[in-house]
Design a protein around this ligand. Structure first.
Ligand code: GLY
Length: 486
């Protein structure tokens, strides 16, 4: 049974043999896309190659990309730990063609890799194509010998992939694995498609268009290929399970969590261990890529994930900080593929320890406030939004943590009231920012964009000052043209 690390190597080596450059994962913080919070698929680092803005000395690439999906309004954070396939961190394997090969090579590559290299039985596989894509359907028939009932035509956006509201896009074809009748669920396109039986393992996107803000699309200069395979799902099926959390790599983190908290990995605290294992990966990789816990932006997403994990460790009865003790287990599993993890190990451990120590001090006080609030509630009352806001503002409880605690106590939360308080705080912050900028007079040496960040590649740079100012406390502020400081 192949380990997850072996599956990653099999994938990358297969495409290297087919003339693809093995390109390292890009950092989780996108370098070329301020609109995106975190890298969420393999193509993010190649966006400009698809649009033709940039060229490189290779036209075929393959990657194992670190991905985080936890920010924004529609994130899955609350589900993580409770389901078989939700993660804040996951790895996406991909092969890419930048104006080189297209459908007629991408489909045979995928089929050979899945059925020969990974040895997945053909009779367990089925595919979807975009409803108008006769070429792709015919190729699947020819290359894989799939019967018509196992080539499902889908008319929705499920088979038209877009990186976001704007950017490169195109129809796609997806490969599904049938876990068998013992799992509930129906094939893609059926009303039961969201069950656990038919699981998508690989998405091949035929990049042909670019979408713009006004909704219009143009043809890309070249037809390209972008694919995404969820390694945890493939590891699950190759290791004879339907649950990503039972695969070797994640299981070893669950066991580390159980060991550190002296509890049973499969006992009543099972979900807590799953949350901790998942969040250990996202928090460690985010810190390794330069994100630090804070109260806004990416740092706030990191803090929310950290605190959610810490809360679950607390629920396991741990009195002392736990998360930092699990980092060696993660480094052991993943640093061969991602050396930045061992390079940043000390920073990750220290950051987790500091955050957990601080959080523990506030957790008890916050829980006390919550107890006092709850004591005053009658049957059917919700926790007032102001209380949730105070927990957030004074005690550092992210609202989803408060939501979790409310759920545990079978209480509703006044979400709308919380939002009103948050909006009032945002308005106050905006007012104060306006006031502060009014006090500072910048002297522009050179008008231009924000500093160019080069810290991913270099720690030294000779540069110049674009502008400077003195604030009301007498401190000097300046903006550099180029900076290695995050
Ligand atoms: N870019 C292909 C995918 O994320 O599925």
């Amino acid at each position: 049974m192949p380990t997850l690390n072996e599956i990653r190597s099999t994938f990358l080596n297969y495409f290297a043999k087919q003339g693809h450059e093995i390109v390292p994962s890009s950092p989780l913080v996108p370098r070329n896309d301020p609109t995106l919070m975190f890298a969420n698929s393999g193509m993010v680092q190649f966006k400009n190659l698809f649009t033709g803005v940039e060229t490189r000395d290779y036209k075929r690439a393959t990657t194992a990309q670190k991905c985080v999906r936890a920010g924004g309004k529609h994130n899955d954070l609350d589900n993580v730990g409770y389901t078989a396939r939700h993660h804040t961190f996951f790895e996406m394997l991909g092969n890419f063609s930048f104006g080189d090969y297209f459908k007629s090579e991408a489909i045979p590559f995928a089929w050979e890799l899945v059925t020969k290299e990974l040895d997945i039985p053909k009779d367990k596989l089925l595919v979807t194509v975009y409803h108008t894509d006769d070429d792709a359907a015919n190729m699947w028939k020819k290359v894989a010998g799939l019967s018509d009932d196992r080539i499902i035509r889908i008319a929705t956006n499920d088979n038209f992939w877009m990186m976001g509201p704007t950017g490169p896009c195109g129809p796609c074809t997806e490969i599904f694995y049938d876990h068998g009748k013992s799992f509930w669920g129906g094939p893609p396109g059926s009303p039961e498609e969201d069950g656990d039986r038919f699981i998508e393992i690989w998405n091949l996107v035929f990049m042909q268009h670019e979408q713009f803000e006004d909704g219009s699309k143009t043809d890309l200069p070249n037809q390209s290929i972008d694919t995404g395979m969820g390694i945890e799902r493939v590891a699950a099926l190759l290791q004879g399970t339907n649950d990503n959390y039972s695969t070797d790599l994640i299981r070893s983190l669950i066991e580390a969590s159980a060991h550190a908290t002296s509890s049973d990995p499969d006992g009543p605290g099972k979900t807590h261990h799953r949350v901790i294992a998942d969040h250990l990966r996202s928090t460690s990789f985010l810190i390794a890529d330069g994100v630090m816990p804070s109260n806004d932006g990416r740092g706030y997403v990191l803090r929310r994930i950290m605190r959610r994990a810490m809360r679950h460790a607390h629920l396991l009865g741990s009195q002392d900080p736990v998360m930092h003790r699990l980092v060696p287990a993660l480094v052991q599993q993943m640093s061969a593929a991602y050396p930045e993890l061992s390079q940043a190990q000390a920073l990750i451990e220290e950051t987790l320890l500091q955050e957990e120590t601080r959080f523990k001090q506030t957790l008890d006080r916050g829980l006390k406030l919550l107890d006092d609030e709850v004591a005053g509630l009658g049957d059917g009352d919700a926790l007032p939004g102001e209380a949730a806001f105070k927990l957030y503002d004074t005690y550092g409880f992210p609202v989803d943590l408060t939501r979790l605690i409310c759920e545990e106590r079978q209480l509703e939360l006044d979400e709308a009231g919380f939002e009103v308080c948050m909006e009032a705080q945002r308005n106050k912050a905006r007012e104060s920012a306006r006031f502060q900028t009014a006090q500072i007079e910048w002297k522009e040496m050179e008008v231009g964009p924000h500093s160019r960040f080069i810290g991913y590649n270099s720690y030294n740079v000779e540069t110049w000052i674009r502008r400077f100012a003195q604030n009301e406390s007498g401190q000097w502020l300046f903006t550099l043209d180029t900076t290695p400081f995050y």
